[in-house]
Design a protein around this ligand. Structure first.
Ligand code: AVI
Length: 342
C-alpha cells in the first residue's frame, strides 16, 4: 500500500466502509511470501500477522493471564498519566503508531483533556478494522478529534509532514520489540526526521526477564497465541490462494537469551509440499522445518537508551512498574539537533 492509498479521515465525517483486502495489500502479501518462503531459512514479516482476524486474536492475547505486557503497561499509565503529560509538555496533538484499538491510550487522552479544551488524536495502524474499533471506543470523548491513518511504517510516514502543533508520538505496547535492532533504529530515525524540535516520543518496552516468565506469555495454556501465529497461514491461503494445511504446522516459541528476544515459529509436522497460489510455485518442508514468523525483543535500560540516542532523541525520563517488568520512556527531539542519518 502506498501513502496515496492510505485512508485518512476525521471523526467528524462518517468513516468510509472498509474493504477487507485491497489489491495493493494482496500484492504486498504475495511479495512477502515470495521473499520470505523461497529461501532456506524461511521467515515472514510480522505485519502479516495483523489482518482483521489476527488483530482480533491479538486483542484476546492482551487479556490472557500469561501475557503480562498490556496489563503492566496499562498499570504504569493509570498511575502516571498525569505526570507523563506534564513532563511531555501538554501537546495538543497525539499520534500513535500501531494504535490497534487504542485501549490504553484513553488514559493518556483523558489526562490531556483534563488540561486543555481540544485534542487531536491520530491513531496509525496497518489494520483498518482495528482503527474502526478504536474510533468507536473514543466517541465518548466529546472534545477529541480522531483522524485515523491506515499506513505501514517506516514506509508510509509521509502523513507526519502535515502541519501539526506540538506533538506527542506514542509507540506503546513494546511494538518496537517486533523490529530487529537495525530496523528499529531505521524506524525511529524515520520518525525523528518527521518530528520537530520539542516534539516528544513516549515509547513502551518490555524488559528482559526470566525465560520462565517470557515463554508462557507467548505460549499460553489456552492456545490463543498458537491460533494468532497460525492465522498467518490462513491469511496467506486467502490472499494469494496458497494451500497450507494449518493443522500440519505447530506453534513453537523459543527464548533466545543471546539475542534478547522471544522467537515465534511455525514448524512443519512432517514432510510436506505446499502450493503458493499466485506466487506460482510449490515449496517443500522437511519434518520440523520452521518458518520464523515473529521476534519480540526484550530490553535493558541501556539498550533502549542507546536506541533512542542513535535515532536522534534525548531520553528524558522512564516510568516502570513495581516489578520492573516494563518501561515507558519519554524522549524528545532536542533543539538544534541535526537530522539523524538514514
Ligand atoms: C505487538 N507485539 C508487541 C506483541 C509482542 O508481545 O511482541 C505481539 C505478540 N505476538 C505474540 N504475542 C504477542
Amino acid at each position: 500500500m502506498t501513502m496515496a492509498s492510505a485512508a485518512v479521515w476525521s471523526s467528524q465525517r462518517p468513516a468510509p466502509a472498509f474493504r477487507s483486502v485491497s489489491a495493493a495489500s494482496v500484492r504486498a502479501v504475495a511479495d512477502a511470501v515470495r521473499e520470505g518462503l523461497l529461501r532456506p531459512r524461511m521467515r515472514l514479516p510480522p505485519w502479516l500477522l495483523y489482518d482483521a482476524q489476527g488483530s482480533a486474536l491479538f486483542e484476546d492475547i492482551t487479556e490472557l493471564p500469561e501475557y503480562y505486557l498490556t496489563r503492566t503497561e496499562r498499570g504504569i499509565l493509570a498511575k502516571h498519566a498525569d505526570e507523563i503529560i506534564e513532563a511531555a509538555g501538554v501537546p495538543p496533538h497525539v499520534i500513535e503508531l500501531g494504535a490497534g484499538t487504542a485501549s490504553k491510550t484513553q488514559l493518556v487522552l483523558s489526562a490531556l483533556l483534563d488540561r486543555q479544551a481540544r485534542v487531536v488524536y491520530t491513531p496509525v495502524d496497518v489494520s483498518a478494522a482495528a482503527l474502526s474499533l478504536a474510533q468507536s471506543k473514543l466517541k465518548r470523548f466529546r472534545r477529541l478529534t480522531v483522524r485515523p491513518v491506515v499506513a505501514r511504517y517506516p514506509e508510509e510516514l509521509g502523513f507526519l509532514a502535515a502541519p501539526f502543533g506540538r506533538r506527542l508520538l506514542l509507540f506503546l505496547g513494546s511494538n518496537i520489540g517486533n523490529y530487529d535492532p537495525p530496523s528499529a533504529r531505521k524506524l525511529l530515525r524515520a520518525v525523528r526526521r518527521h518530528l520537530l524540535p520539542g516534539d516528544a516520543l513516549l515509547i513502551g518496552t518490555d524488559l528482559r526477564k526470566a525465560g520462565s516468565v517470557l515463554v508462557p506469555a507467548y505460549d499460553d495454556a489456552q492456545g490463543v497465541t498458537a491460533r494468532f501465529n497460525k492465522n498467518v497461514l490462513v491469511r496467506i491461503n486467502r490472499d494469494v490462494g496458497a494451500m497450507f494445511d494449518i493443522d500440519r504446522f505447530e506453534h513453537v516459541v523459543r527464548w533466545n537469551h543471546a539475542a534478547s528476544r522471544i522467537e515465534l515459529y511455525l514448524a512443519s509436522m512432517g514432510a510436506q509440499s505446499v502450493w503458493l497460489g499466485t506466487v506460482g510455485t510449490e515449496i517443500h518442508f522437511a519434518p520440523g522445518q520452521r518458518i520464523h514468523t515473529e521476534s519480540s525483543y526484550k530490553f535493558t535500560h541501556a539498550m533502549i537508551a542507546r536506541l533512542l540516542v542513535d535515532a536522534g532523541f534525548r531520553l528524558e525520563r522512564t516510568w516502570n512498574d513495581e516489578r520492573r517488568w516494563f518501561g515507558l520512556h519519554l524522549a524528545r527531539v532536542p533543539k538544534r539537533s541535526p537530522s539523524p542519518r538514514r
